[in-house]
Write a protein that binds this ligand. Structure first.
Ligand code: IPM
Ligand code: MG
Length: 366
């Protein structure tokens, strides 16, 4: 079986801690499935790269990412680098990777694992069985639009960002949404702010057009982003597959993560380019860095998404997801999902061990 080359960017803070556990799960899989042969190479990104090389992403890092079969990334950023000039902040490294490799479709599944029902701040009947897929446009919009910057205009200091979306940019991400909805036999909801923003007026027009022309079988609806933020906590069950701009997706997926109980549970896949990247949606959590209590499940599930979307190893990906389900059913909880009287509190490393153990057991059942 072909060896898969994985470029590994642990990044900063708890990124490094959760990455270790994801890599250990992949190592475990090599012993369990003869399809799994992984070669990993690590590179610095974010603050770690700044400390070492003065830039958040080196040319070497970028070209390693480009030449690999898939990329795993932990998280970037932290208070240590907060005062740096904008262009060399840790986040720029992550944004450069997304943009340079043209990973325009960011899949963020928000799935409620049954044993975690009571970890959500929302009532059981609201979150039970929720299985959402948010597709966030990742290489355009307000994050990258020009003009941008902080300038003096008529003697007044002015901060400027611009929301730009072209028809082809909207079309390609809309197709990812429609394809996903079609595969799930579900519905697509497109989120915008077309009552105020021209970029959203075009967004809605283009999504509607693609739907009518190429996906007449997929039910499509549109919702304004402010209403959507409200509906996500009021009645998330009305949503299935959702597609939205870069900024709206950033915001609404943090919100959606709380349906599942913790932001420490949400993985993501960034697709569209030649190489795809997999990262948890959470950040570096400076407040718990080095304490060994971070939840590694989002990172481990991200590695699972890599097996599925980059390597077509559907069976092994299902083992990982099944193992996560199992450890939660067995009552193991990291601090973020633990409740008084509700299960055994474990740290990052033990949670990783439990997942590996569960993967072993599931794989033996075939
Ligand atoms: C995310 C993060 C990033 C983003 C930051 C770290 C640049 O919040 O992946 O959601 O805004 O996209
Ligand atoms: Mg975010």
């Amino acid at each position: 079986m072909a060896v898969r080359k994985i470029c590994v960017f642990p990044g900063d803070g708890i990124g490094k801690e959760v990455m270790r556990e994801a890599l250990a799960v992949l190592k475990e899989l090599e012993g369990l499935s003869d399809r799994c042969r992984f070669e990993t190479e690590e590179e610095l990104v974010g603050g770690a790269a700044i400390d070492e090389h003065k830039v958040p992403l080196t040319d070497r890092g970028l070209s390693l990412a480009r030449s690999s079969d898939a990329i795993l990334l932990g998280a970037v950023g932290g208070p240590k680098w907060d005062d740096l000039p904008f262009e060399v902040r840790p986040e720029r490294g992550l944004l450069a990777l997304r943009r340079e490799l043209d990973m325009y479709a960011n899949l963020r599944p928000a799935k409620v694992f049954a044993p975690l029902i009571d970890a959500s701040p929302l009532r059981r009947e609201i979150v039970e069985g929720i299985d959402l897929m948010v597709i966030r446009e990742l290489t355009g919009g307000l994050y990258f639009g020009k003009p941008r910057g902080i300038q003096m205009i008529d003697g007044v200091e002015t901060g400027i960002n611009t929301e730009v979306y072209t028809r082809p940019e909207i079309e390609r991400v809309a197709r990812v949404g429609f394809d996903m909805a079609r595969k799930k036999g579900g519905r697509l909801t497109s989120v915008d702010k077309s009552n105020v923003l021209e970029s959203s007026v075009l967004w809605r027009r283009v999504v509607t057009g693609i739907g009518a022309k190429e996906y007449p079988d997929v039910p499509l609806s549109h919702i304004l982003v402010d209403n959507c933020a409200m509906q996500l906590v009021r009645n998330p069950r009305q949503f299935d597959v959702m597609v939205m701009s870069n900024l709206f997706g950033d915001i609404l997926t943090d919100e959606a993560s709380m349906i599942t109980g913790s932001i420490g549970m949400l993985p993501s896949a960034s697709l569209g380019g030649k190489v795809a990247m997999y990262e948890p949606i959470h950040g570096t959590a400076p407040d718990i860095e080095g304490k060994g209590i971070a939840n590694p499940l989002a990172m481990i599930l991200s590695a699972g998404m890599m097996l599925k979307y980059s390597f077509d190893m559907l069976r092994e990906a299902a083992w990982i997801e099944g193992a996560v389900e199992q450890v939660l059913a067995d009552g193991y909880r990291t601090a973020d999902i633990w409740r008084e009287g509700g299960g055994t509190k474990v740290g990052t490393v033990e949670m990783g061990e439990r997942v590996r153990e569960a993967v072993r057991k599931i794989s033996q059942k075939g």
